[in-house]
Design a protein around this ligand. Structure first.
Ligand SMILES: Cc1ncc(COP(=O)(O)O)c(C=O)c1O
Length: 396
């Protein structure tokens, strides 16, 4: 019999990945993956960019690159972050292979088996899987509409040893769809500073607000906290350029980035230089902002269709949030309902989603479901919601 490592035995398979692997029937309406809509990818822009590259740039793209990232892209990301108010002084940026790799790197450099990571409950399932793979003691703090509930945070902190870092997604949370209020951001920062705790701030949906008036509401904690507490900020181009590019970044204090670069060397040597060259030109040629405006309108429209369908079809005692951006609606069913049962019925009728327990740090609570409105063609959203609502109704 093969004898696997303790680390791999501690991993839980991602429910989302399993579902994506099994539910390949083309007629299925999928609200499962947190994927951008393929019709929205910037294919024309990338065609144009590729044609504009010099032979030397193309050769660079085919070559290995520095572990910290293709230097012109690092500079472009720094300029972008600085424009958003993020502090560069005392910090450094490395390019990562998606922000999931930044989460992986942070785990590798901070977590010894048994160390505690405080995360949100619910929390991004990909991060939960990474933390568990490093044998972290994972403790979830419940969320309300404004962010982590701080009384619970205090209570948990009081009785928890060896907290290595706190992990949050403050903007357009996956899966809860919420956005942290400014008051909650500041109050959380105060607590982190008082205990000198490291924060891992995961912000891949920052740009995907529906209303320009909400732009300021997404201000990262790293911007608000400046240098008083070690905040490691990870962003991603996955939701605003394409996840196939596999480009993320980590902005963190220099001493942390030095270790992060060492950790990355042992993972993949460097992120694809080819996609970094393309991404760099996407920034440099001013293509990002017009593209983002297109995306924001398209996702707002999809969210509106989903919300109208939820209103029309959901049984009375089912609740959900109204997202102001991002990809997700988080649906709460009565506590006695098991989302797995709903999923089975819904799958038989032709629609799928992710069950709540995939996002529970303890893998238990299962009366929520996550509906992603980003991926399906608009024309299928209403029908898909109707199917899910029928499945909930039958399970009730
Ligand atoms: C909150 C959150 N963090 C990180 C990621 C990973 O993104 P990437 O493709 O950059 O690895 C995702 C993807 O769904 C996410 O929702």
């Amino acid at each position: 019999m093969v004898d696997f490592s303790a680390s791999v035995k501690a991993m839980r398979s991602s429910a989302i990945r399993e579902l994506l692997n099994t539910a390949v029937r083309p007629d299925i309406i999928s609200f499962a993956g947190g994927m951008p809509n393929p019709s929205l990818f910037p294919i024309d822009e990338v065609d144009e960019i590729y044609r504009s590259l010099t032979v030397e740039q193309k050769q660079t793209g085919f070559q290995y690159g520095p572990t910290g990232g293709y230097p012109p892209l690092v500079e472009a990301i720094k300029a972008y972050l600085q424009k958003k108010g993020l502090p560069l002084e005392g910090n450094e940026v490395i390019i990562t292979t998606g922000s999931l790799q930044a989460i992986n790197i942070m785990s590798k450099i901070f977590i010894d088996p048994g160390d505690t990571v405080i995360c949100e409950d619910p929390s991004f399932t990909g991060a939960v899987t990474v933390f568990l793979s490093y044998q972290a003691n994972l403790v979830g703090v419940p969320l309300d509409a404004d962010g982590m509930i701080l009384d619970d945070f205090d209570r948990i902190l009081d009785k928890t040893q060896k907290v290595k870092f706190v992990y949050i997604t403050p903007n357009f949370h996956n899966p809860a769809g919420i956005i942290y209020s400014r008051e909650r951001r500041l109050a959380l920062l105060q607590r982190l500073q008082a205990k000198d705790l490291v924060l891992l701030e995961d912000d891949p949906y920052n740009e995907l607000y529906f209303d320009p008036a909400d732009c300021a509401v997404t201000t990262p904690l790293k911007t608000l906290g400046k240098e008083q507490t070690p905040i490691c900020y990870t962003g991603s181009l996955s939701k605003i350029f394409g996840p196939g590019m596999r480009i993320g970044y980590l902005l963190a204090p220099k001493e942390i980035i030095n270790k992060a670069e060492l950790a990355k060397q042992s993972m993949d040597a460097c992120t694809s230089t080819f996609t970094q060259v393309l991404a760099c030109e996407f920034f440099r040629q001013g293509k990002l902002e017009p593209y983002l405006n297109r995306l924001r309108q398209a996702y707002k429209h999809r969210a509106d269709i989903m919300l109208a369908a939820l209103q029309q079809h959901m049984p009375a005692d089912v609740r959900w949030n109204t997202p102001k951006g991002g990809f997700y609606v988080w649906v709460e069913m009565p506590e006695h309902i098991d989302a797995n049962q709903v999923l089975k019925t819904s799958l038989a009728k032709g629609a799928i989603f992710v069950v709540g327990k995939a996002f529970d740090p303890l893998g238990q609570r299962n009366h929520f479901i996550r509906l992603s409105f980003s991926h399906m063609p608009e024309a299928k959203i209403s029908r898909g919601v109707e199917i899910v609502a029928q499945a909930i109704g039958e399970t009730l």
